[in-house]
Design a protein around this ligand. Structure first.
Ligand SMILES: Nc1ncnc2c1ncn2[C@@H]1O[C@H](COP(=O)(O)OP(=O)(O)OP(=O)(O)O)[C@@H](O)[C@H]1O
Ligand SMILES: [Mg+2]
Length: 510
């Protein structure tokens, strides 16, 4: 008999082994109808693997799944979709060469009689779905032309289009900005009013505490506990996740009188064909040795564009001046910026950062092969030693340096990119949302690492999609709005309120 208290999903003794890695081990818990159930755990805890089992990506596993009391085993995502389970994947699962609409309806294309694709109908429906997210991405745009945040919106639209009764969201907001997150919350509210059950994975505590009714914590592939949100605190959940209390990063004295290592004067970046005409306008600032400088701003404010300019990675040549270590520079390629001692961790690791075909070692040493060579010959031993050092200092969870990078959990892939940057021993480090998808323990480690680097004299520019994080790490914060600097705050002056005010201050009124 089905009663209100019959779980919609029962997970019983689920285990999964990847070669040498035990990703899941005897996990059991229930998900109740209509609840928003968060799943939390450190990077590599097994969250995504479990979700892939629930959504039919993996059909080889131990244990049993019950859907409304009936045993099920899905052999494809299609079977799971037919049973009413949809998923928004953490590592976005879109076909870059296809349009937005084609991706949303992939495998479920609307056809006219005689099997001809009804392009118009699909475009209209795609536009409707995107409108729910208040996004004006064109259904005809190629996914490869979209920024990662927009790709995430397309992935969300695609999942919503399934009208699933159970929706799995694996870090849906990791690439979204504050305003997009707010719109996603609106969509979640509407789905929940319709009785949709949501399994929600996020490393952002405030998000989980705002949305979830119950929270299940996994650690090292094992079930730890399911708790009611009302009985939990962020601290208690963090403790369940890592098995210990997390120390806040120790702040060093900010170094006031140090020398300027990087300076821009009137930096502008044109935006051909756009009504605004510029992506960045007249950006002038100084970065000191040993300083951690945060850049805040909403989506489209120009944070990523600015970092790309400094790193020689923008598609259009910027105007204005860039002075690095007292020398006027004009980088036309990241290799030139790297020669000048600059390293960058990009926000879009899948497209710009990682080489999926390569191993952890190859991905980590990619930019420092010279340092791993003796007399111009690449030394495998030195490469392994360098990789090992990063694996240990960043606590990268993998089966070893020779593991394929794609076998690592999302957060651990991100740590590899940070490791790659560290190996180039930069004097200026650009971090574009470096903790995206990184767990709470690893975040604390990363903050500690930033503090340590700054103490050693490295100058750091950082952006973050989480304002509290920026307030934690930065010595000084500059705010961008529509490509213009609209605010500057010292660590003592900076508050969320002040930054948000500056971030929404239209530049023409400044
Ligand atoms: N396809 C695969 N091949 C080999 N190992 C894998 C594969 N997928 C996952 N793993 C391993 O299984 C473990 C669990 O990974 P999973 O992606 O489920 O973690 P997660 O909890 O989602 O982490 P994150 O918060 O970083 O996304 C990790 O140790 C990972 O390296
Ligand atoms: Mg994951």
């Amino acid at each position: 008999m089905i009663t209100e208290s019959t779980p919609v999903i029962s997970i019983r003794g689920i285990g999964k082994q990847f070669n040498a890695v035990r990703a899941l081990n005897g996990v059991s818990f229930d998900v109740m109808p209509g609840e928003l159930h968060a799943v939390m755990g450190e990077n590599g805890a097994g969250k995504s693997t479990l979700m892939k089992i629930l959504s039919g990506v993996y059909s080889e596993y131990e244990g049993e799944l019950f859907l409304r009391g009936k045993p099920v085993r899905f052999h494809s995502t299609r079977e799971a979709e037919d049973a009413g389970i949809g998923i928004i994947h953490q590592e976005l699962n879109l076909v870059e060469q296809l349009s937005v609409a084609a991706n949303i309806f992939l495998g479920r294309e609307t056809k006219r009689a005689l099997g001809i694709l009804n392009q118009g109908a699909m475009d209209r429906r795609a536009a409707e779905l995107l409108a729910q997210l208040e996004s004006n991405i064109s259904p005809r745009a190629l996914v490869s032309s979209l920024r990662v945040g927009d790709q995430q919106l397309v992935e969300i639209a695609k999942a919503i289009s399934l009208e699933a009764e159970i929706l799995i969201m694996d870090e849906p907001t990791s690439a979204l900005t504050e305003s997009e997150v707010a719109r996603l919350y609106g969509v979640i509210d509407r789905l929940r009013k319709r009785g949709v059950t949501i399994l929600y994975i996020s490393h952002k505590m405030d998000e989980v505490f705002r949305l979830a009714e119950r929270i299940t914590v996994l650690r090292d592939g094992q079930f730890v506990q399911t708790v009611n949100r009302a009985d939990a605190t962020p601290r208690s959940i963090a403790h369940l996740m890592v098995g210990r209390d997390i120390e806040p990063a120790r702040r060093r004295q900010s170094n006031q009188a140090s020398s300027v290592v990087l300076e821009t004067q009137g930096l502008s970046l044109a935006w051909p064909g756009h009504s605004r005409g510029w992506r960045l306008k007249d950006v002038s600032f100084k970065l000191n040795q040993g300083e951690i400088l945060g850049f805040a701003g909403l989506m489209g404010a120009g944070r990523t564009e600015l970092l790309e300019c400094l790193f020689g990675a923008s598609s259009v040549q910027p105007q204005g001046q860039l002075i690095v270590q007292g020398k006027m520079e004009r980088f036309s390629h990241p290799a030139e910026a790297m020669k000048a001692g600059i390293a960058m961790v990009t926000e879009d690791r899948k497209r710009l950062g990682l080489f999926a075909q390569m191993t952890v070692r190859e991905n980590t040493t990619l930019c420092s092969l010279q340092n791993c060579s003796t007399a111009g010959v690449l030394s495998r031993l030195r490469e392994l030693a360098a990789t090992d050092k990063q694996i240990r200092s960043l606590a990268i969870k993998s089966s070893g340096p020779e593991a394929r990078i794609t076998s690592l959990s999302g957060g651990n892939q991100q740590k590899c990119i940070i490791g790659r940057c560290m190996l180039t021993r930069p004097s200026i480090l650009l971090l574009d949302d470096p903790t995206r998808g990184v767990d709470i323990g690893a975040k604390a480690e990363l903050y500690q690492l930033m503090e340590q680097l700054a103490t050693e004299g490295v100058a750091i520019i950082v952006t973050s999609s989480e304002l509290p994080e920026l307030l934690t790490v930065s010595d000084r914060i500059l705010v961008l709005c529509e490509g213009v600097i609209t605010g500057e705050f010292t660590r003592e002056e900076a508050t969320e309120q002040r930054i948000m005010e500056a971030a929404t201050q239209q530049p023409h009124f400044v």
